[in-house]
Design a protein around this ligand. Sequence first.
Ligand SMILES: [Zn+2]
Length: 360
Amino acid sequence: MHLLRFLLLFPLLATLASGGEPKTAPSGAAAPSLVSLGLVDAHAHVFADSAQVFALLERLNMRFVNITVVDPYDKGYETVEPQQRAALAVARGAKGRASWVSTFDAAGWEQPGFARKVIAQLEASFRQGAVGVKIYKTIGMDLRAKDGRYVMPDDPAFSPILDAIAANGKTLYAHIAEPAGAWKAYDPSDPDSGYYRDNPLWWMYGKPGRPAKAAIIAARDRMIAQHPGLRIVGCHLGSNEEDVDEIAKRLDRFPNFAVDTAARATHLALQPREKVRAFMLKYQDRILYATDDGAQPGDDIGARVNYWQADIERHYKYFATGEPVEFMGRKVRGLELPETVVRKIFRGNVEKWVPGIVAH
Ligand SMILES: [Zn+2]
């Protein structure tokens, strides 16, 4: 431990001794404590109405945004209603520490009256407190038209729905496309390869006719451009997790676009530290801290809660301190972001980008 500390400090001391500015411009002050942040996990999935979950929220003095999502291949996520009921129950039990985001089943997108029905359903969810709407990677990767083509997020079928979300002042959470690993052969050094091996339905590699990632992202970008009045949170670093420069391009082009970090801290940590740190500083108003963790009925809730807490503690260490943090067996030095930036990423940004989240 002492040796590690010394090695970490040494480059900084050497720079200071030589009279130069330290390259990383550390904040100089101790990081704010995790509990003092009043952090908000902007993207989690909790459908277990459990005292253990509520105790975690109290223990870390945190809130979260509960994301419902229709995934026809994931047990418990196949339809809207049960998740919505569970999200409402969790919101009640969490006593001001859980907000929720509704969703719709995109499978009916070719049916007459689709947009009208979806809008009515979403507006009912807003009356029940939903602060936003999630759209999912089925659009672009899985759903096909009768003529065989894959439906893309900028399809006119979705446009009136997006307009209605904006008109209601709600936020769109867009999980469109996947990490590059989904389009590649299995590679144990890739942070996502294991997921695709275990979830081959989403493994695009070796499936001719599936849209390329670039084509889906391009359609997603057109969707953002077509709805400048809609606040959009790109889930999972907007699916440009491999390279912060690609995220930056979108943040530069689209003032209505922000990203969450759900399940993608590893992807940041694997990129060059100074590049990621500069990105975080430049876009400090557009990045929402999130985990993608949660607990479902039937899970070992204690284990899920411990996992969630460990994730948050590790990510806090990565963003807020200059200590070594382990990702995929590799130790990287934390970004040591200034306190003002840490507070925005862990709390302030989600309050701006997802207005209506419950105050605590
Ligand atoms: Zn998620």
